[in-house]
Design a protein around this ligand. Structure first.
Ligand SMILES: [Zn+2]
Length: 141
């Protein structure tokens, strides 16, 4: 019984120690530096729609600029390490193995810089950055 009380008071002592340690950390603020290191990247599209019936991904970059990328073209441009050799940039994926009517099963944002696309058949390792999407759009225009 006495031992239990003793250990309880030691624990509370440790808690106040860690609180005092946390204080200097909290005072370190990087906001003055962060302001001048805003990265310049391709801006995110205004709107993205997956049109399942047409089989296209519609990307609206900015108002009249809307591009429809056919799913197959998008799938063949998958930038993942399984589809493109990350050292040579050589495309490993054979477009003939991709069905003409391939379906997209999910689209989600990764951070604020890329789109993660999951394909019917289970391929979901490709991260399409805005930059890459823009170059795909430019190629099919
Ligand atoms: Zn891939």
């Amino acid at each position: 019984m006495l031992c239990a009380t003793g250990s309880a008071s030691v624990e509370s002592g440790q808690t106040s120690d860690s609180l005092s340690l946390a204080k200097p950390v909290a005072h370190v603020q990087f906001s003055p530096n962060q302001k001048r290191t805003t990265p310049i990247m391709t801006a995110a599209p205004q709107n993205i729609r997956a049109l399942q019936e047409e089989g296209v991904l519609e990307i609206c970059w900015s108002e009249p600029d809307i591009v429809k990328i056919p799913y197959k073209a998008l799938r063949c441009s998958c930038p993942c390490a399984g589809c493109v050799n990350e050292f040579t940039g050589q495309i490993m994926l054979d477009p003939d193995t991709i069905p003409e009517d391939i379906k997209l099963t999910n689209v989600s944002f990764t951070g604020n810089y890329a789109l993660k696309i999951s394909w019917d058949g289970g391929h979901d390792t490709g991260l399409y950055t805005w930059e890459r999407l823009k170059s795909i759009c430019d190629a099919i225009r």
